[in-house]
Design a protein around this ligand. Structure first.
Ligand code: DQA
Length: 147
């Protein structure tokens, strides 16, 4: 049976494509969802793809994934830099967590240089554009291959 990976997206990523395209590119979140589903198909994974502007939704989905999934790929967006609650939720998960940032947060304002989620992430992909999601899923597939 295909293993399920939650791909979770935080605030303002619903406006991907329109939002500061010079930083985040021109692909929409729907484009990213389709690419993730295609990539997951190739590697035998099943993707649950979600976005919310609300911290509590992300926490609820992490708790849901903890019961039903084999891994999480997460772009917590601005909550990366503020949310101990998202870190606490991820710390209750025993499966792989991969953090993605579309932009290179280390080349940007200093308040973006620290992410709470990084303390839990098995891997972090920054600055690879929306391709970062696909790289994350590929790595997730290799992490889960023998489990
Ligand atoms: C982001 C980087 C964050 O600093 C920012 O708040 C975002 C998107 C990224 O994907 O590059 O909303 O996570």
């Amino acid at each position: 049976m295909a293993k399920t990976i939650y791909v979770l997206n935080g605030p303002n990523l619903n406006l991907l494509g329109k939002r500061q395209p010079e930083i985040y590119g021109s692909q929409t979140l729907e484009d990213v969802r389709q690419l993730c589903e295609a990539q997951a198909d190739e590697t035998g994974l099943n993707v649950v793809f979600r976005q919310s502007n609300a911290e509590h939704d992300l926490i609820d989905w992490i708790q849901e994934a903890r019961e039903s999934a084999s891994g999480i790929v997460i772009n917590p967006a601005a909550y990366s830099h503020t949310s101990v609650a998202i870190l606490d939720a991820l710390n209750m998960c025993t499966f792989p967590v991969i953090e993605v940032h579309i932009s290179n947060i280390h080349q940007r304002e200093s308040f973006r240089h620290h992410s709470y989620v990084t303390a839990r992430a098995n891997g972090v992909i920054v600055g690879c554009g929306t391709e970062g999601y696909l790289l994350a899923l590929r790595h997730m597939a290799s992490l889960l291959k023998d489990s």
